[in-house]
Design a protein around this ligand. Sequence first.
Ligand code: GAR
Length: 194
Amino acid sequence: MKNIVILISGSGSNMAAIVQAAQQQDWARTLDARVAAVVSNKADAGGLAFARQQGIATEVLDHKAFASREAFDAALSELIDQYQPALVLLAGFMRILTPGFVGHYAGRLINIHPSLLPAFTGLHTHQRAIDAGCKFAGATVHEVTAELDIGPILEQAVVPVLPDDTAKALAARVLVEEHRIYPLAVANWLKRQN
Ligand code: GAR
């Protein structure tokens, strides 16, 4: 059985979409995979309660308790590795990861980013798309490499930017698509391993 570990920092709606897809599509039987743990760097991350309700192991590792990014990432990978993951998913995990961490999970680390990469890496993607006059925005699921928000693209979804759009309205429109393409990208990744 392939273990998936999902890292979150906030509401965890993408994590929930993946957990629900795993249940509905019976990934344990069809893809020999399961969500083994949800890890958050914030104790108050909303998604933790959902994961617990689903009977999934949860872990909290507060980055503020560590003196450096390297020390946090070392402790984080030690925690993750207890689950011997075939795949580690970043789902709204709002920490920049060190090259050491990314290298350790090379080929089995995936992220979702709320823009049409390679446009708008980093933060505030929706406001920046609106400010740039983009007619379309979207989301990208990609493999994580050492450079922030760069790496082979696995799935993308496009939504229109509407006249008088706000970042909040656009984010909500994009999020609906995120919940569709992240489980899809993960299922396809797992299929390629089987
Ligand atoms: C999602 O929109 C995700 O794409 C974004 O944070 C949100 C998390 O929502 N990720 C990033 O901005 C990563 N740089 P969620 O916690 O409800 O899944």
